[in-house]
Write a protein that binds this ligand. Structure first.
Ligand code: NAD
Length: 242
C-alpha cells in the first residue's frame, strides 16, 4: 500500500478523499492551511482504518513549504506515491469589479499550489517508478461560470497542467488525471446565495448537489491499480449539469 498526500483535507471533499484512501489501506497525510484540529480529527478517523495518518499544516502556495513537507513525509512515513491536489479557494466577483489581489490569490493557491506539490512529489514518484496524481479541477474550468473568472482560469489551468504532466510522466509509470466536480455540498457551496443554489439544482439532471463521498469514490478509483491505464483525463462528476 502507498503513502498518500491529500491537500486541503481538513474538511469537505479533501476530508472525504483522505478517509476513502485510508479505507483502501493507504497511509495518509491530511494537509490543511490553518485549523490543524480539524485535520487531526480527519487523521484520527483515517487511523481507525488501521493505517498511519499524519495531520500537517502548510500553505500549498508556498513553494519552499511544499518541498519541506514532502521531505518530512518521506522521512516520517514513506515516499509519497499518491498525491491529491484538492486544496482550493474561491474569491468570486464579476470581471469588471474583481480586485487584482482576488485574481492573484486564487491562482496562487489553486493553480500554483498544485504545481508546487506536483513538482515536490514527481521526483519522488520518478524514483519509485510509480505514482498517481489526481488534481481537483471543476466544471467551472470546463464551461466557465459568471463571477468566477479567477477560479475558472485556475481550474482550466489545472486541466492543461494535468494533460501536460501526464505526457511527461507516463513513461515513468505515473498517471495524472483531473476530476471536475459540479456542485458538491461542502462549506464552499454553502457560501453561495440561496437563489444560486436553487437555480443550480434545477439545472442538474439528478436534481441535487453531489456528496463529498461521491467525489472521493472516484479519487479512490483513480488512485487504484485498476485505473492504471487511465491518464491525462478530465473526469466530470456533476450529476448531469448542463
Ligand atoms: P472547502 O472550502 O470545503 O475546503 C477546501 C480545503 O482547502 C480546506 O480544508 C482549506 O483549509 C484548504 N486550503 C485552502 N487554502 C489552502 C492552502 N493555501 N494550503 C493548504 N490548504 C488550503 O472546499 P471543497 O468544496 O471541499 O473543495 C475541494 C476542492 O474541490 C477545491 O479545489 C475546489 O475548488 C474543488 N471543487 C469543489 C466543488 C464544490 O462544489 N464544492 C466543485 C468543483 C470543484
Amino acid at each position: 500500500m502507498a503513502t498518500a498526500i491529500v491537500t486541503g483535507a481538513s474538511r469537505g471533499i479533501g476530508a472525504a478523499i483522505a478517509r476513502e484512501l485510508a479505507a483502501r489501506g493507504h497511509d495518509v497525510v491530511v494537509n490543511c492551511s490553518g485549523s490543524i484540529d480539524k485535520a487531526e480529527a480527519v487523521a484520527a478517523a483515517c487511523r481507525e482504518q488501521g493505517v498511519r495518518a499524519l495531520a500537517m499544516a502548510w500553505d500549498v502556495s508556498d513553494f519552499a513549504a511544499c518541498q519541506t513537507a514532502v521531505r518530512q513525509i518521506r522521512d516520517e512515513l514513506d515516499a509519497p506515491t499518491i498525491l491529491v491536489n484538492n486544496a482550493g479557494i474561491t474569491a468570486d466577483g464579476l470581471l469588471l469589479r474583481m480586485k487584482e489581489e482576488q485574481f492573484d490569490r486564487v491562482l496562487q493557491v489553486n493553480l500554483k499550489g498544485a504545481f508546487n506539490m506536483m513538482q515536490a512529489c514527481a521526483s519522488v514518484m520518478v524514483r519509485a517508478r510509480t505514482g498517481r496524481i489526481i488534481n481537483l479541477s471543476s466544471v467551472a474550468g470546463v464551461m466557465g461560470n459568471a463571477g468566477q473568472v479567477n477560479y475558472a482560469a485556475s481550474k482550466a489551468g489545472i486541466i492543461g497542467m494535468t494533460k501536460s504532466a501526464a505526457k511527461e510522466l507516463g513513461a515513468r509509470g505515473i498517471t495524472v488525471n483531473a476530476i471536475a466536480p459540479g456542485f458538491i455540498a461542502t462549506d464552499m457551496t454553502d457560501a453561495l446565495p440561496a437563489e444560486v443554489r436553487e437555480r443550480a439544482e434545477r439545472q442538474i439532471a439528478l436534481g441535487r448537489f453531489g456528496r463529498p463521498e461521491e467525489i472521493a469514490a472516484l479519487a479512490g478509483f483513480l488512485a487504484s491499480d485498476g485505473a492504471g491505464y487511465i491518464t491525462g483525463q478530465v473526469i466530470v462528476a456533476d450529476g448531469g449539469l448542463g
